[in-house]
Structure formats: C-alpha cells, structure tokens
Design a protein around this ligand. Structure first.
Ligand SMILES: [Zn+2]
Length: 252
C-alpha cells in the first residue's frame, strides 16, 4: 500500500527533560484532571503519592509512546491482549489523576475503538473521536489540552479501512448529492483530501490515507504543537487501522 509502512519506526528523538511548570498550570491540570474532588477528599487515597506512582511509569517521550502503541496493537492483532490497567488498583489510582501517554484522534467508527486496538487500559490514552477524524475547534481544543496541560508526548491521527465518512464525502463530491446539514460539514472537511487520480473503491481507499495526512499536517501546523515538535517533546503522526488484519500501519 503506497505511503503506508508496516514497520513503524521511532519518529522523533527523545525529548529533553521537562522544564518546571508554572503553578497556574499545575492547578489547572489538577482541577481538570479530576484530582480535586470537592467534598470527597477524606475518602480518597493519598493523591500526590499515588499519582506519582502511576505517572512515573508511563512512556514520556514520543518514541516510547509510539513503541507502546505498536506493542499494544501487536498484542491485539495476534490475539495476545493483556487488558492492562483495569484492575481494582488501577481504578483506585484513577481517582487521583490521569497520566495518559498518547492522544489518539480517531474516527467514530464502532469497529476502531483506540483502547481495544492498542490494548490499553484506564488512563492510558486520551481519545478524541470525530467522523473521519475531522478537526473543528472542539477537537483542536481537546487535543491541545492533552498536549499542553497533560504533557502528552504523542498525537496519532488514526484513520481506518472502509471509513464511512470518507466514503460519504467522496460520493457527495462525485454526485453532487446534498448531505444533511452537519454531515455536510464533515464531508466538506474531507473533500480537499479526495484523490482524483483514482476511481471507485481505490479512490475511497486512497482518500482515507490522504485524509490522515491532511489532518496530521493541519495539526502539526498548530503553533502550540509545532513549538513542541521543534524541540522533540512531541510527535504528531498519522496511521491507518486495517479492519482485515487488525493492524495499525503508520502513514508516512
Ligand atoms: Zn471512519
């Protein structure tokens, strides 16, 4: 498959040590992450120690995060899932905060749930899902929150084989058929990615890959994210999930 590789490589050098963060950010992060539960504090475990214990073990570089996703997808596609971070202890740790190691921007398709296809558990992934991985302000804000406030080192745009949103966008462009209001927004966002060098099912498939590239490039151009990728603290990558093999392949 052109433009797609089955041998994901480490795509960015390990980032340098994290600088100290301003108190404002720490407070905002704690509040939004659910670490400050008003009125229930007495029932919670010792939050700082517990949070540090889980956070200390997470992949904290782009390369390590991508490696963890690759290994998890290998477990999934070979039926060797470990279903990590679902036990009682993990649920208790989750009360005091979250330390996800990757943002996955995926499609809404019910056959591609990121936690399953990467064999990850509670608190591992921040998932944002929209039809066709289409961006809007809410999606951008969600991704920015994960990267800037939770210090997540990897953003993956995850398209997939037989994407209905892409199929609809290609069909609408070819036929001129008018789609219902909010669905037409999705189609319009995908339209620039349509691969006119192909026809029929091949056009849809090529457009799925092209749409991943388009969304990835738009994300990578966001100034806040670009500043992090420039220093190696963040990588923004694209990938495709193949329904037939259950494998995730990087889109180059
Ligand atoms: Zn889809």
């Amino acid at each position: 498959m052109p433009g797609v590789t089955s041998t994901p490589e480490l795509i960015s050098p390990d980032r340098p040590d994290r600088p100290d963060r301003p108190d404002r950010r720490a407070l905002l992060r704690a509040a939004l992450a659910g670490g400050a539960v008003l009125g229930a504090g007495a029932a919670l475990p010792a939050a700082p120690a517990v949070a540090a214990g889980r956070g200390a073990g997470r992949p904290d570089t782009p390369a390590a995060a991508l490696r963890a996703l690759r290994h998890g997808n290998h477990r999934w596609s070979t039926r060797h899932q470990t279903h990590p971070h679902e036990a009682d202890g993990d649920r208790l740790l989750a009360v005091s905060g979250q330390h996800p190691f990757a943002v996955v921007l995926g499609c809404i398709d019910s056959r591609v749930p990121p936690e399953l296809v990467f064999d990850q558990g509670l608190g591992d992934l921040m998932t944002v899902r929209s039809a066709g991985c289409v961006l809007d302000e809410a999606v951008l804000g969600s991704i920015a929150y994960g990267v800037l406030e939770l210090d997540i080192p990897l953003v993956m745009v995850l398209g997939h084989q037989s994407c209905g949103a892409v199929t609809a966008a290609v069909h609408a462009a070819e036929t001129g058929e008018e789609l219902p209001a909010h669905i037409s927004y999705v189609a319009e966002q995908i339209r620039p990615a349509i691969d006119h060098t192909q026809t029929g099912p091949a056009r849809v498939d090529a457009t799925i890959t092209a749409n991943v590239r388009l969304v990835r490039s738009r994300l990578a151009a966001e100034p806040d994210l670009a500043a992090r990728t420039a220093t190696g603290r963040l990588a923004v990558v694209g990938a495709r999930y193949e329904l037939a093999t259950q494998q995730v392949l990087l889109v180059t």
